[in-house]
Write a new protein. Structure first.
Length: 375
């Protein structure tokens, strides 16, 4: 068996090259947008506009969000269906607390966003995994899981587009099947589309096939800049959105900070956001090409995805490999952190290509990974 622990360790004082976290790559467009925005805010004297909480967002905030989300739906959304929040996790907290009682069941992919596990524990909710394939959720498995728990499953959390960690994209036909099963079992759908807008050719959201039961979530920190801790959620109707997100304003901190909302709305309404998104897509393709050359691997996934789901070489143990990478100065995402009662992540690790600040550090980190796989 290969023994990566024999590889020379880096000094403990050295900073890790970070492939474990997953954020869009740095682009000059983002830096320019931030500088322009601060200049704009100073001239506009926005102190009064950000003086008070915005709760679900101002009318202008919601209209800007509706226009941004319309790119994915290929249709205009009612701004009153939309609420602003300080991130996807805050939105999921509100939805889980509203729809799923303690002891209830939340369905999710067998590999999923790691934060959903502590969130479910916080609310006393049981996570039940659904099998996945190259397209994501397998409809037959979803149907069977609902039957298994005899109606106690209230909702499905899923990421149909550029799934984390696999980068899978569910086809239109598969989305229709999943929507049909959700109706059959009266499931709510919590659709996390945080990476979806990165792909210009992605199918319409799952929410468009079952709008009466879907909550569509699109944050900006994975597509534009991690500095923007803001997400938009579109509920089934304006009244339901108001019901779910208004009562908790005095007991939670889900509300977006007024200054962040002001910046996000400025970006979305002036075209700055479109310029940033375009630059992120271009830089992602460059980094993907660097990764493929460095690792000697071909990744058959959408070119807009900046995270790679890599199989461990034969003979390696996941824990040992992650530890060896850290000893050499590289942080990677352990595959088992994405798994829900599943062994699917035991032989994989995720590489997020966006965090390294430049191509030189990116190449250095990838070179270390490549050497470890051949050790």
């Amino acid at each position: 068996m290969n023994n990566p622990s024999n590889v020379k360790e880096v000094s403990q004082a050295s900073a890790l090259i970070d492939f474990a976290r997953n954020f869009p790559p740095p682009c000059p467009t983002v830096r320019n947008a931030i500088q322009e925005t601060f200049t704009h805010l100073a001239k506009a004297n926005v102190a009064e506009a950000i003086r008070f909480p915005r709760f679900t967002g101002t009318e202008k905030d919601r209209e800007a969000g509706a226009s941004w989300l319309a790119q994915r739906f290929e249709a205009t959304l009612d701004p009153d269906r939309i609420a602003l929040a300080n991130g996807t996790q805050s939105i999921l907290s509100m939805l889980i607390a509203y729809y799923i009682k303690p002891g209830g069941v939340l369905l999710t992919e067998a590999l999923t966003y790691p934060a959903i596990k502590p969130l479910s524990q916080l609310f006393g909710v049981r996570l039940l995994p659904v099998s996945i394939d190259a397209e994501g959720i397998e409809p037959a498995s979803l149907d069977q899981a609902c039957d298994t728990v005899n109606g106690s499953a209230r909702a499905l959390y899923c990421m149909p587009t550029l799934h984390n960690p696999t980068s899978a994209i569910m086809t239109d036909a598969r989305r229709r099947e999943v929507a049909k099963i959700a109706r059959k079992h009266d499931l709510c759908i919590f659709e996390d589309d945080v990476y979806g807008i990165l792909s210009p050719n992605a199918p319409r959201p799952l929410a468009s096939y079952a709008p009466e039961r879907s909550w569509y979530i699109l944050g900006l920190n994975k597509s534009l800049a991690c500095q923007l801790r803001i997400a938009y959620v579109a509920g089934p109707s304006s009244s339901v959105t108001q019901d779910v997100f208004w009562p908790g304003v005095r007991t939670t901190n889900w509300m977006v900070a007024p200054l962040i909302a002001e910046i996000a709305t400025h970006w979305l309404t002036t075209g700055l956001a479109h310029g940033i998104l375009s630059s992120v897509r271009i830089e992602t393709e460059i980094r993907r090409s660097i990764a493929q050359d460095a690792l000697g691997l071909s990744f058959d996934i959408d070119p807009a995805s900046y995270h790679l789901w890599v199989r461990l070489p034969g003979g390696f143990n996941l824990t040992d490999f992650v530890k060896a990478a850290k000893q050499r100065g590289v942080a990677i995402g352990a595959g088992d952190s994405f798994a829900v009662d599943s062994s699917l992540g035991d032989t994989r690790f995720r590489l997020g290509l966006g965090v390294p600040p430049d191509h030189g550090q990116l190449r250095s980190g990838l070179s270390i990974i490549s050497e470890l796989t051949k050790a």
